[in-house]
Ligand binder design. Structure first.
Ligand SMILES: [Zn+2]
Length: 356
């Protein structure tokens, strides 16, 4: 036991300070404060006992006890500040960014090959004064077939096995997912002619979009594909305009030197009708597996708009003529990039998509 209260205070100070020096974590400081400055601490015991001391000793011991208390309080504040500073430094060190590390590459997206092809077709026709006209995917039998000169039971419907939708009261006009973009011809002509029925304005549009057919999915046929339809209606439009427009399209799409040829064909909504071939750009016309040794590749169907179709669109066939054409944009991409299987387009295989 210490000889005197002053010695006791020296001892309290020394042991409290040494205990404080051993505190390494901020949240242990409170325990130290309770032990050395709290109600039951030895220091507070000295204050409690002051009244029982001889009167002449009290002032000196009281002064010294207060001094120890202030000293311990300020030592506590210093230690707290020091520990906070150290914690901050540890955090900064641990979370430091190394700006010299190479960044993580962010993969870049791209347009699907079908959209790339479509946009190229839009651009070429836009340069020739055609506008893009968007028509609906869900059609009625009337627009998809009847108004385009495919009456019910017409054999040409057989070529377009179709998705019909069951709807009440449809009768002989069922709802169908469009099998071609041609119903848009009627919708566009009716919209244009409604603006001025006595004197309908000329039409120069392309109609792109997805078409749907109930097909067995094979390397050459899919249940959905993009078509781009074109329609030009006005006074004095001839087959020469059709040939000139489409030959120019082929040159811009496949190369300035490409040759084209037109073969007679049949479509119910054009008369006369033709198919356009381009000289095989793989072999230059000599014959190869892509063109099946023919030297030519079929790229689109076309023809002069049938008078019945013109009239259904609100354009008097005695005064107006026009031409129309349609092409499959996936088919064009297949020819161009020698893609052998149409199923790749919607297969979502990144190894295929990344090639374009
Ligand atoms: Zn060839």
């Amino acid at each position: 036991m210490p000889e005197s209260p002053l010695e006791l205070l020296d001892q309290i100070e020394a042991s409290a300070l040494s205990a404080l020096g051993a505190v390494e974590a901020e949240d242990s400081l409170e325990a130290w404060r309770v032990a050395h400055l709290g109600r039951s601490s030895p220091l507070m015991g000295v204050f409690d006992r002051l009244g029982g001391l001889p009167k002449e000793e009290r002032p000196a011991i009281g002064r010294r006890a207060n001094e120890v208390k202030r000293l311990l309080e300020s030592a506590l504040a210093e230690r707290a500040a020091l520990l906070r500073q150290q914690a901050l430094e540890r955090t900064l060190l641990g979370e430091r960014l190394d700006v010299t590390l190479p960044g993580r590459a962010r993969p870049r997206g791209r347009l699907h090959i079908s959209n790339q092809t479509l946009r190229q077709i839009y651009r070429i026709f836009a340069e020739m004064g055609f506008q893009v006209y968007r028509s609906r995917d869900v059609e009625t039998d009337e627009y998809n077939f009847q108004l385009l000169n495919f009456p019910p039971h017409h054999p040409a419907r057989e070529m377009q096995d179709s998705y019909y939708i069951q709807a009440p009261h449809a009768a002989d006009n069922p709802i169908v997912l469009r099998t071609h973009t041609s119903p848009g011809q009627i919708r566009a002509m009716r919209e244009y002619s409604a603006a001025d029925p006595g004197n309908p304005p000329p039409v120069r549009i392309i109609l792109p979009g997805m078409c749907y057919r109930y097909e067995q999915v094979t390397a050459r046929s899919e249940v959905q594909f993009n078509q781009v339809e074109g329609l030009a209606v006005g006074e004095g439009i001839t087959f020469s305009d059709l040939k000139g427009t489409l030959s120019d399209f082929a040159r811009r799409m496949f190369g300035q030197g490409v040759r084209t040829r037109f073969r007679a064909a049949h479509f119910p909504f054009t008369e006369p009708s033709a198919e356009m071939d381009v000289e095989c750009f793989v072999c230059g016309g000599v014959g190869c597996p892509v063109c099946k040794r023919a030297g030519w590749l079929e790229v689109l169907g076309c023809g002069m708009v049938h008078p019945v179709v013109l009239s259904n669109g609100g354009y008097a066939p005695e005064r107006y003529t026009g031409f129309a054409f349609g092409m499959g944009s996936e088919r064009l991409a297949m020819l161009r990039y020698r893609i052998e299987d149409i199923r790749y387009f919607w297969g979502n295989d990144i190894r295929f998509l990344e090639q374009f």
